[in-house]
Design a protein. Structure first.
Ligand SMILES: [Mg+2]
Length: 154
């Protein structure tokens, strides 16, 4: 399955909303952003389970920068969609939603936003919403993905 992750307050904190992975001096000098503790393990597990992992953000970070960030932490993300590409694609499709994962062939999108949860109902796409203060977030995502995969395969 193609699984996409939001960045802000899902994998990258605003302030100190959640604990983060270790970053050394070189990382800091390179301007590598902090990422949520458990991100690397979760992405590796999902990739081992055969999923493709993508980033879908409404921020204007460049794709190169996002890829570099994850590479720094030792994980490879497959595709990065930022706001420039998102806006362009959704406009062409005439979709009035902040996000629409099916436009990029993402089967399931993980986000912290209640707004995205509402859009998911309106536009009929699949999401898992995780709160920034959920310490068991990785476990929640893995369990929900397993449940969702079983449902899809039936
Ligand atoms: Mg967010």
């Amino acid at each position: 399955m193609n699984i996409s992750f939001d960045l802000d307050n899902t994998l990258i904190p605003h302030g100190n909303v959640f604990e983060t992975e270790k970053r050394n001096l070189i990382g800091k000098l390179l301007g590598i952003e902090k990422i949520r503790k458990g991100t690397c393990e979760l992405i590796r597990q999902l990739k081992n389970d055969g999923h493709n992992i993508h980033i879908y953000t409404t921020s204007y970070r460049t794709r190169r920068k996002v890829k570099l960030t994850f590479r720094y932490y030792g994980v490879k993300v497959d595709r990065v969609v930022n706001q420039i590409q998102n806006e362009r694609t959704l406009k062409l499709m005439n979709i009035n939603s902040s996000k629409y994962p099916p436009a990029f062939n993402f089967d399931l999108h993980i986000d912290d936003s209640k707004g995205v949860e509402i859009e998911a109902e309106r536009y009929n796409f699949n999401t898992i919403i995780v709160s920034p203060d959920d310490k068991e977030w990785g476990k929640k995502i893995r369990n929900e993905i397993k449940r969702w995969v079983t449902r899809v395969q039936q």
